[in-house]
Ligand binder design. Structure first.
Ligand code: GLP
Length: 248
C-alpha cells in the first residue's frame, strides 16, 4: 500500500510527517525509529522537538537506528551524521543516547562494521518506522543507483552526483568523504512502515520515477513500490511531475 500526501509547502510537509512519527511514538512508546539525515528531515525534527518541549511526546523508551554515516569521519566531526543527529534532534529531546545507533565512520574494517550494524538492527527486532529522504538520483540512505536490492548494511562508494549535492555542507567537494556505510535496501524494505519525504522541484523527477516508473536498481527508491506500507509526504514542487488524481 502506498499513500501519497501532498503538502502545501515545506513547513506543512514537516508537520504532516512529524504527525505520523508522533502517532507511531504514541502507539508504541518503545518503537524503533529508522532516522535519516539531509536537509529534508530538519523541519520534521524541529517539529518533534517542539512537541516534546510542550510535553506531548516522550522519547525515553525510543530506540533509533540511522540510515548511514560517512566512512573515515569521526562522530565529533561537525559534518558527521552523528553530530547532525545530536544537534538536530537527540540533544533536544529525552531520548537515551545509548539507545541511538549510527554506523561508526571510524571503523576501517568495512566488513566488521557492516556486520556489527546489521546485528544491532536485528537485535532491536527490526525497524518500526523508517524515515527516508530521497537523493536527486533516486538514492535512499546511500544506496546509489545500481545498488543491489539484496544488500544489508554495506560500504558504498558515493557517486559524483551525491558528492556534488552533499558538498554544500563541506568547505569544498574534495572534503566530502568518498565512501559511506549505509543500511541496505533489504534493511529498508524489512521496516514495518516507511515514511518518505521530499521537498522541492529538484526532487520531482526522482520522485516521479521512484513512485510510478519501473522498479529498477538504477532508481533505488523504485523498490518502495513493492513495500506493503509506504507513506509519501511531499510538497507541491516535489510532486509537480505527478498528476493530481494519483494523490490522496
Ligand atoms: C544524503 C543522505 C540521504 C538523503 C539525501 C537527500 O545523501 N545520505 O539519506 O536522503 O542526502 O538529502 P536532502 O534531504 O538534503 O536533499
Amino acid at each position: 500500500m502506498m499513500e501519497i500526501y501532498q503538502a502545501k509547502d515545506y513547513s506543512d510537509l514537516s508537520r504532516k510527517a512529524a504527525n505520523i512519527i508522533s502517532a507511531q511514538i504514541i502507539m508504541k512508546r518503545n518503537c524503533v525509529l529508522g532516522l535519516a539525515t539531509g536537509s529534508t528531515p530538519l523541519g520534521v525534527y524541529r517539529q518533534l522537538i517542539d512537541w516534546y518541549q510542550k510535553g506531548d511526546l516522550d522519547f525515553s523508551d525510543i530506540r533509533s537506528v540511522n540510515l548511514d554515516e560517512y566512512k573515515g569521519i569521526s562522530p565529533e566531526d561537525p559534518n558527521s551524521y552523528s553530530a547532525f543527529m545530536k544537534s538536530n534532534l537527540f540533544d533536544h529531546v529525552n531520548i537515551d543516547q545509548s539507545n541511538t545507533y549510527i554506523p561508526n565512520g571510524l571503523e576501517e574494517d568495512s566488513e566488521r562494521e557492516c556486520h556489527r550494524y546489521n546485528q544491532i538492527i536485528h537485535h532491536l527486532g527490526g525497524i518500526d518506522l523508517q524515515l527516508l529522504g530521497i537523493g536527486q538520483n533516486g538514492h535512499i540512505g546511500f544506496n546509489e543507483p545500481g545498488a543491489s536490492f539484496e544488500k544489508e548494511t554495506h560500504c558504498v562508494q558515493l557517486t559524483e552526483d551525491t558528492i556534488q549535492a552533499n558538498s554544500r555542507f563541506f568547505s569544498s567537494a574534495e572534503k566530502v568523504p568518498k565512501y559511506a556505510y549505509s543500511t541496505g535496501i533489504k534493511n529498508i524494505m524489512q521496516s514495518r512502515r516507511i515514511l518518505l519525504i521530499a521537498s522541492g522541484e529538484n526532487k520531482s523527477e526522482a520522485l516521479y520515477q521512484s513512485l510510478f516508473g519501473p522498479v529498477l536498481p538504477s532508481v533505488p527508491a523504485s523498490i518502495l513500490q513493492l513495500h506493503n506500507h509506504v507513506t509519501v509526504v511531499a510538497d507541491e514542487a516535489a510532486l509537480s511531475r505527478i498528476r493530481l488524481e494519483k494523490l490522496i
